[in-house]
Write a protein that binds this ligand. Structure first.
Ligand SMILES: [Zn+2]
Length: 261
């Protein structure tokens, strides 16, 4: 059974036949204590780096690189004992770069979002992102969707991110929706992909322009008289126009345009 302990003594790892891990930056969010302190990880046989990192408590999608004496290794690297590993978080445009840990993500970022993150899902849709969400999802459904549709998982469940089917994802740190959106935009460098007013916030369907005459009997007469342009969700049929809802959306978009980190 592997175990780990905080230590500043390199010798500890050698005498126990273990290895030392030092986690950097945001990866320390997964520890209640021992921030930026070396951890001694002891083990039997020769586990992989991925197994060791997750046994310590850090889900693999959060890791950007793993180095032994400044040499990068992959998740399948086998521990021998006595090594020191530096583990770094993902940074910058990591999603779109190949690394020793994973291939780069192809195409426009798409998401599958865990239960209890409904507001985050709606706000991502507002910014034009394809964001699947249900408050009925089970873990295996999210993992399967992430794997089969190559979607990025957003969750508050650290254990879910450790599923091997999940390649791209992040642990949403904050419970405050006003913090969650900028955090996710930063984590995946999403701002260049923002495309407001392209997704239905209710069902995630695409929004398309619809002829004004076609909605005359669908919207209230005063709405139809006042507005010139209308849009319709291709999935649920909901009608949109650039009213007060759109002004709130514009405020959200402009607030997301500049990172506050
Ligand atoms: Zn819809």
């Amino acid at each position: 059974m592997p175990c780990f302990a905080a230590s500043s003594e390199t010798e500890d790892a050698n005498t126990r036949g273990g290895a030392i891990f030092l986690f950097h930056g945001r990866l320390n969010d997964f520890f209640k204590s021992s921030r930026e302190k070396p951890l001694v990880y002891t083990f039997k046989n020769h586990p992989t780096v991925k197994h060791a990192v997750e046994s310590i408590g850090v889900p693999h999608p959060e890791v950007g690189s793993v180095l032994i004496e400044e040499k990068e290794v992959g998740f399948s690297h086998l521990l021998k004992g006595g090594e020191r590993f530096d583990v770094f978080p993902v940074t910058g445009n990591w999603l779109y770069r190949d690394s020793s840990l994973r291939h780069h993500y192809r195409g426009r970022p798409r998401f599958v979002i865990d239960v209890h993150l409904g507001t985050l899902a709606r706000r991502l849709r507002l910014l034009g992102f394809d964001a699947l969400y249900s408050n009925q999802y089970h873990d295996h459904e999210i993992a399967l969707c992430a794997s089969s549709e190559r979607r990025i998982v957003l969750t508050r469940d650290i254990n879910l991110l450790m599923w091997c089917d999940i390649v791209y994802g992040c642990w949403v740190r904050s419970q405050d929706p006003d913090r969650q959106l900028p955090d996710v935009l930063d984590h995946f460098a999403l701002r260049p992909w923002i495309q407001p007013f392209h997704r239905c916030t209710v069902c995630n369907g695409r929004i398309e322009h619809v002829e004004r005459a076609d909605v005359r009997d669908v919207v209230k007469p005063e709405i139809w008289e006042y507005y010139r342009k209308f849009y319709r969700c291709s999935s649920c049929g909901r009608i949109y126009w650039k009213g007060t809802h759109f002004q709130r959306m514009e405020q959200l978009v402009s607030s997301c345009a500049v990172t506050d980190r």
